[in-house]
Design a binder for this molecule. Structure first.
Ligand code: FAD
Length: 390
């Protein structure tokens, strides 16, 4: 597989230097050695081996950007190092792998941002060492977009909460040791929502595996809570103030998903270009046809526009002036780019794109989860439009 363009764009960007290339080199070496040879097997198995988490931690992938005191790499790294890592993790074109290997990227930040020192010490080192898997539970069978109206209830009884309800579509949900769980502890609406750390070994928890259109290497679950007792020490931040934490967490998730969508778009571009150079129809390579060249040019146009938005959003994070609506629009831009590139790459590959197992075929099946998961397109436009006056 040739990769002529995958990361050349960084050398022409003011946001990336040799330190980012060093991260790229080390992640690429890990992906080539530990992931690429196993993609088909893990897609068939429906989950990643636990050992991969330990290996990824040893290679520095799990702890990148997290505090040293909990086993992370420390703060010498900026948001652009994380983006480089996301990009490289997407090179196999199998979205379930980074989604599931890195679920701590959505499960752990609320604990580090809002949790007690005791909770941070208890959970973060195990997760960052790849010894424990943590997931995030927001979405419920009754709906995921309307977070303020979630129904899973945690009722305080003495020194513990009793949790009842269900979460669905939870990434890494079958294998997770911990779940950062959004629960209702108070009145209806966003002012009655809290975050609670729940050990998945507790009595009253059961899990059901979900079969999906894509992200096959990622285990996805519905998790049921039936009178599950959770100690009050596991509350993440103050009671009834979880909604703000959930919303802040979404910004990081949307930024990561945007970079992944840009990377998958680049994979589509690369594989389509390779194919168009090699495939001859009516006596000439496909790439000599204007209809095909224009598809490729438009793919690149959209990828470049998306990367510029991502880099600008990264700059606003680095300079502490980020605006939530920008992350919402960024996610839409990036996933629409991925949708376009996946479609056009399939057209260029023709029938070969329909045969199971290629990067383009997988990415085509993974467009919808990127456009819906972590906040759907409609909800992203709603969120962004709330920032201006009608
Ligand atoms: C593979 C996968 C992994 C996931 N992993 C996780 C995870 O780890 N943790 C987690 O908590 N969740 C996870 N999700 C859930 C995801 O975040 C939700 O699917 C998403 O938030 C949308 O919620 P929903 O599917 O319940 O759709 P709904 O909220 O029921 O909405 C259905 C459709 O209606 C649209 N819609 C809703 N309200 C409006 C409105 N007011 N106006 C216009 N349109 C509207 C939505 O955009 C959507 O297209 C995952 C999803 C997938 C597919």
């Amino acid at each position: 597989m040739s990769t002529p363009l995958f990361d050349q764009w960084r050398s022409r960007s003011p946001h990336y230097d040799d330190t980012h290339e060093a991260v790229a080199d080390s992640v690429r070496a890990f992906v080539t050695r530990e992931i690429m040879p196993h993609v088909d097997a893990w897609e068939a198995a429906g989950e990643l081996p636990r050992d991969l988490h330990r290996k990824a931690a040893e290679a520095g992938l799990i702890g990148l950007g997290y505090p040293v005191e909990y086993g992370g790499s420390g703060e010498d790294f900026d948001i652009f190092h994380s983006l480089v890592q996301s990009e490289e993790m997407c090179r196999p074109g199998a979205g379930g792998i980074p989604a599931s290997l890195l679920t701590h990227g959505i499960g752990l930040p609320p604990i580090l941002a809002m949790g007690s020192d005791e909770l941070k010490q208890r959970i973060a080192p195990q997760v960052l060492a790849g010894e424990a898997i943590i997931c995030l539970g927001i979405t419920e069978p009754g709906g995921g977009s309307d977070v303020a109206n979630l129904r899973t209830k945690a009722e305080r009884k003495g020194d513990h909460y009793v949790v009842n309800g269900a979460k669905t579509l939870i990434t890494s949900g079958m294998r997770a040791d911990y779940i950062t769980l959004a629960v209702r502890t108070g009145d209806p609406g966003l002012g009655g929502v809290s975050l609670l750390l729940v050990e998945t070994e507790r009595d009253g928890i059961s899990r059901t595996r979900l079969d999906k259109m894509g992200w096959h290497a990622s285990d996805t679950a519905t998790i049921h809570f039936d009178n599950v007792e959770v100690p009050v020490e596991n509350l993440i931040g103050p009671e009834n103030q979880g909604f703000g934490g959930i919303m802040r967490n979404f910004n990081g998730e949307r930024m990561g998903m945007a970079q992944q969508a840009a990377a998958y778009s680049r994979v589509c571009f690369e594989d389509a270009l390779d194919w168009a150079r090699e495939r001859e129809t009516f006596g000439r390579p496909l790439v000599t046809r204007q209809a095909i060249r224009h598809k490729l040019a438009r793919m690149l146009q959209m990828i470049n526009a998306t990367q510029s938005m991502i880099d600008h959003a990264g700059w606003t994070i680095k300079h502490d002036c980020a605006v939530p609506g920008d992350f919402a629009l960024l996610k839409v831009q990036a996933t629409q780019t991925m949708e376009y590139c996946a479609r056009e790459a399939c057209q260029i590959l023709g029938g070969a794109s329909f045969v199971r197992g290629s990067r383009v075929e997988r990415i085509y099946r993974e467009v919808r989860v990127m456009a819906i998961g972590g906040g759907s397109e409609e909800i992203m436009y709603d969120l962004a439009s709330r920032q201006f006056q009608f």
